[in-house]
Ligand binder design. Structure first.
Ligand code: F6R
Length: 608
């Protein structure tokens, strides 16, 4: 949801801003722009579309100056045109903004009746206009900034330049994250620490309501009341510096192949494989003392929660209610009795997930979160943080973050089962042993199935609609398969619980609708095979994703059968995720879509 960056440094800043924006492009890529101050004068370059377009504009018409701000946009208000691209200027004020100003039309109306002329359709322009009007009325930049912030309602991370003020940049945060980077005679602002990793790993995160004035060797931070505050400095993870594609064509491909390693790191954090037991951390949500658990998240993280629900209910006998966070936050549900809440988020910044967390917190629930970005808001507002050790995920479509979230849930299910006495020590050992095999099996499966899936994806790319079916955890896999396929290949895909087929979707079956059935030889197998037979009887084409036992037990004619090794049912979802990811990936590559930055999407959804 938009990335912002600002640098006050020693060198020509425009190329550095673009370098930082490249690391933020996953947040939005509709348009981009930079502005600098040179000899006290503001100038800017902007371009519609991806950052490469801005680079071309800058190559033809470079910008000087050692102080500047930059932006990569995911449009909310106003089309993604050059005119709506940030930075927005008004009478010597330049602003870049991530978020949504909810009272922008009110402010716009007030300023318009006082004679202001707006030149864009964005909500952000009101910030530049408001600052300019306050400067006109005689306020200093600092006074204007404080007064402006107190008028804004909504979510924002901002960076602001003032003409004539060659030695200062201002930043502010209310909602979306904002990191301040400390350099040697240079200071930086970024939407995240990854953007700043080429320059510094010495980071201060602003808190909600904070704003800051940066000069070359100092930052002063204020809270919403304008009082100076100290915020801690921390070292950003060294992994942030390593966000390169290496020999892979896309980040998504790299991230798929990193899974054996990052799943192993994540599992090791929660499980002591030497003793065959889960570590203390896995039971920190007081599982023995609660009667039920609420889970909320969005997109693939929500589906991780769905696997978590299935495992926690089955192995720990813990009732779990899960909802997508955009619904959860507005349901006004009662939260009586002994409950805890768990939120799942790669970025740790998703607006709906954060709002759901705050709802539960205000109702007195103990809050846990499974997050990949440890410094994120969701992590900071949780009582217990369960980190995923996936490293930075750059591809917009989640892969390794999801399987790491699932790995955490698998460990928590064992921890909860032990705490609630629903699993014996021997069962714990067996489950831990199964999990210990996941990194090895995922590594070999990825290499084994890749050629077949690459060929199959060419076939799949000829269709406009795809149906995914499964039962139990395989239904959750089906949902993820459909989500991944539509988001990166733009093929319309739907997932159904196989048992629901007869209740409606079977009407869609014909030779133009491939049906991908996920059915390893588990306790649902026979039932799902009956559903496959119903599809086959109606001329449907089946892509059958199964295991060796499942392949042996079925003699149905299929368009393709993908056979995975037989594994313990507990870890099946982690293994069966792989063909789903590779099928979506290769189909998208074959269709020539922008795999890492699919249209209309952004990785970190910090607005509703
Ligand atoms: C799908 C995908 C999204 C995210 C969702 C939540 O491939 O990546 O559905 O899972 O936007 O994001 P986080 O996990 O950052 O809260």
């Amino acid at each position: 949801m938009c990335g912002i960056v600002a640098i006050i440094g020693k060198h020509r800043v425009a190329p550095l801003l673009v370098d930082a924006l490249k690391r933020l492009e996953y947040r939005g890529y509709d348009s981009a722009g930079v502005a600098t101050l040179q000899d006290g004068m503001l100038d800017r370059r902007r371009a519609e579309g991806k950052l490469v377009n801005l680079e071309k504009v800058l190559a033809e018409n470079p910008l000087g100056g050692t102080i500047g701000i930059g932006h990569t946009r995911w449009a909310t208000h106003g089309a993604p045109t050059e005119n709506n691209a940030h930075p927005h200027f008004c009478e010597g004020v330049a602003v870049v903004h991530n978020g949504i100003i909810e009272n922008f039309s009110e402010i716009r109306d007030q300023l318009t009746s006082a004679g202001a002329h707006f030149s864009t359709e964005t909500d952000t322009e009101v910030i530049a206009q408001l600052l300019a009007s306050l400067l006109r009325s005689g306020k200093t930049p600092k006074e204007a900034m404080q007064a402006t912030l107190s008028s804004l309602k909504g979510a924002y991370a901002l960076a602001v330049l003032f003409e004539g003020e060659n030695e200062q940049i201002m930043g502010a945060r209310n909602g979306p994250p904002l990191a301040i980077g400390h350099g040697d005679g240079e200071m930086f602002i970024g939407s995240d620490a990854i953007a700043l990793s080429p320059f510094t790993d010495d980071i201060t995160y602003l808190e909600d309501g904070d704003w800051a004035i940066l000069n070359r060797d100092h930052v002063e931070i204020f809270n919403a009341d304008g009082n100076t505050v100290q915020r801690p400095r921390s070292k950003a993870s060294s992994a942030y510096a390593q966000v390169e594609k290496g020999n892979y064509r896309h980040f998504m491909e790299k991230e798929i192949y990193e899974q054996p390693e990052v799943i192993s790191h994540t599992l090791t954090h929660y499980i002591d494989f030497a003793t065959g037991k889960v570590r203390e951390v896995s039971s920190q949500l007081d599982f023995a003392d609660i009667d039920s658990l609420k889970i909320a998240a969005c997109g693939s993280a929500y589906l991780a929660g769905q696997f978590g629900k299935n495992w926690l209910e089955r192995y720990a006998r813990l009732p779990v209610e899960i909802d997508v966070a955009s619904e959860f936050r507005y349901r006004e549900m009662p939260l009586p009795g002994r409950q805890a809440a768990l939120f799942v988020s790669q970025s740790g910044e998703t607006a709906d997930t954060l709002a759901s967390l705050r709802y539960c917190k205000n109702n007195g629930l103990r809050i846990g979160s499974i997050v990949n970005v440890r410094e994120s808001t969701i992590a900071r507002e949780s009582d217990v943080v369960f980190p995923t050790l996936a490293g930075p995920e750059i591809g917009v479509a989640s892969t390794k973050a999801l399987t790491c979230q699932m790995s955490v849930f698998a460990a928590l299910a064992i921890g909860a089962g032990r705490a609630r006495n629903t699993l014996s020590e021997a069962e714990e050992k067996d489950m831990v042993r199964s999990l210990s095999e996941v990194p090895r099996i995922t590594g070999s499966v990825l290499h084994q199935i890749q050629p077949q899936l690459e060929i199959l994806s060419r076939e799949l790319s000829k269709f406009h609609n795809v149906l995914y079916l499964g039962r139990g955890n395989n239904y959750t896999l089906a949902l993820e398969g459909a989500l991944k396929l539509k988001e990166i290949s733009y093929i319309h895909a739907e997932a159904y619980a196989a048992g629901e087929l007869k209740h409606g979707p079977i009407a869609l079956i014909d030779e133009n609708m491939p049906v991908i059935v996920i059915a390893p030889h588990d306790r649902h197998f026979e039932k799902t095979v009956s559903n496959m037979q119903e599809v086959a009887a109606r001329g449907g084409r089946i892509i059958f994703i199964t295991d060796e036992n499942g392949a042996r037990a079925s003699n149905l004619e299929t368009m393709a059968t993908i056979v995975l090794p037989n594994v313990d049912e507990f870890i099946m979802p982690l293994i069966f995720m792989l063909p789903i990811q590779l099928l979506a990936y290769h189909t998208a590559v074959f269709m020539g879509t922008d795999v890492d930055q699919p249209r209309n999407l952004a990785k970190s959804v910090t607005v509703e």
